[in-house]
Design a protein around this ligand. Structure first.
Ligand code: ZN
Length: 408
């Protein structure tokens, strides 16, 4: 059985590798806090007899060799980075479960036919560079162009960040897409409260929702606040109107099928006593259906034109990233469900509204995900919580799934 005490120790250790100041845990990729957390994970990998390594971009791998070197491996893990002021379960719980499985294999003296590899990815959250970066580099979706072309908010390119962090940025051994892999299994907390509400131990993910991010720029004309209301070209008012129209349409016409979030917004020149000449904001659409994204693209375009006419502004919409909806491999879903049952946990099939590294690994390998209950559905905040016993249940189910997939 998985040991909830060890799981707690690992999670609390990771919690404390955080940038100073601010609430909760803040561990952006390639920062000193991330370095300390990565060293801790590498150390724990070695402690449970895994061959630990860091690739050229900061993804961590710990391999337990199988008896048959030709047999496709089983990989399991999640991301080590966090958003700002986060909790310490999102991502981290999946890494800790993979470590716990490695410990259980070692303690029980299990010799697997397949190799088992614990994984901790970098850059999943998009809090510094674009999201899902570690897995995108590991699957060859990103390459040299992204290392030089991508910048954080301080203008530091990804390549510069890698160098400052002490990594080569050499992509030669980073891409693993062509490796034979039986399954990538990711344990992650649910980003919702369904498991908690229904009193279920574990979620077995059938499909991961796609995510489509836009950057919108609305240009008006700055003027003194005494300008009569009907003579303005106010970038802020125009943006608010565009956002509220899009939110209403999404809520009314796409209820249960798509969501819209505006999480970032900046106004320029940003003075109390000046009508803004420019507004820049994000739009994050999520859906399980590609057709919804296509329709919403058309609606967004139409609403941009309407806003331009109504407010005398220019509205530009630029696609920032797109990850399409991804189904988990059907036989892995079945295996995880059976493993949950075998380890004495109740399980529920569900979709993931949030994006995960598993959807990128799915480009090359069969993937599956196990969800852990999240207290009140809160994540990406310091209140984020999953009981340690629940994380241990996830590790137990993962262990059974690894054994089952090894026997195939
Ligand atoms: Zn996550």
């Amino acid at each position: 059985m998985a040991d909830a005490k060890r799981i707690q120790r690992d999670l609390e250790a990771l919690r404390d590798f955080s940038a100073p100041g601010g609430e909760g845990t803040t561990r952006l990729s390639y920062t000193p806090a991330f370095r300390k957390a990565a060293d801790y994970v590498l150390e724990q990998m070695r402690a449970c007899a895994l061959e630990a390594r860091e690739d050229g971009v900061g993804n961590l791998y710990g391999l337990r060799r199988g008896l048959d070197p030709a047999a496709p491996k089983i990989l399991s893990g999640s991301h080590l980075d966090t958003v700002r002021c986060s909790g310490y379960f999102d991502g981290q719980a999946g890494i800790v479960c993979a470590l716990e499985v490695a410990r259980m294999l070692e303690e029980n003296g299990v010799r697997l036919r397949r190799g088992f590899e614990a994984v901790a990815t970098v850059m999943e959250e998009g809090a510094r560079f674009k999201n899902l970066g570690g897995s995108k580099l590991a699957m060859g979706v990103w390459g040299e162009a992204e290392l030089d072309g991508m910048q954080d908010d301080d203008g530091i390119t990804l390549r510069e960040a890698l160098r400052a962090y002490g990594l080569s940025g050499n992509l030669a051994c980073v891409c693993r897409r062509d490796e034979p892999v039986r399954a990538f299994l990711e344990v992650h907390m649910e980003q919702g409260s369904r498991l908690e509400r229904e009193g279920i131990d574990l979620g077995v993910v059938e499909k991961i929702f796609g995510c489509r991010w836009f950057t919108l720029t609305v240009k008006g004309v700055t003027a003194h606040p005494s300008t009569p209301m009907d003579q303005r070209r106010d970038a802020a008012l125009a943006s608010v109107s565009l956002i509220s129209h899009m939110a209403r349409i999404t809520a009314e016409q796409y209820a249960g099928r798509a969501t819209l979030t505006v999480g970032r917004m900046s106004l320029y020149p940003g003075e109390i006593n000046a009508i803004p000449s420019r507004a820049v904001f994000s739009m994050d659409f999520r859906s399980g259906q590609e057709s919804c994204f296509e329709e919403l693209d058309g609606i967004l375009e139409r609403e941009c034109r309407r806003t331009e006419q109504e407010y005398g502004v220019q509205a530009q919409c630029e696609l920032y990233t797109y990850t399409p909806p991804t189904p988990c491999a059907r036989e892995i879903v079945t295996a995880l469900e059976a493993a949950a049952e075998k380890s004495g946990s109740s399980a529920l099939r569900m979709d993931s509204g949030a994006g995960h590294d598993a959807m990128i690994f799915a480009l090359g390998w069969p993937v599956g995900m196990l969800f852990l209950p999240s207290r009140r559905g809160l994540t990406h905040c310091k209140e984020e919580w999953t009981d340690y016993e629940n994380v241990a249940r996830g590790a137990d189910a993962l262990y059974k799934a690894v054994l089952a997939l090894d026997r195939e």
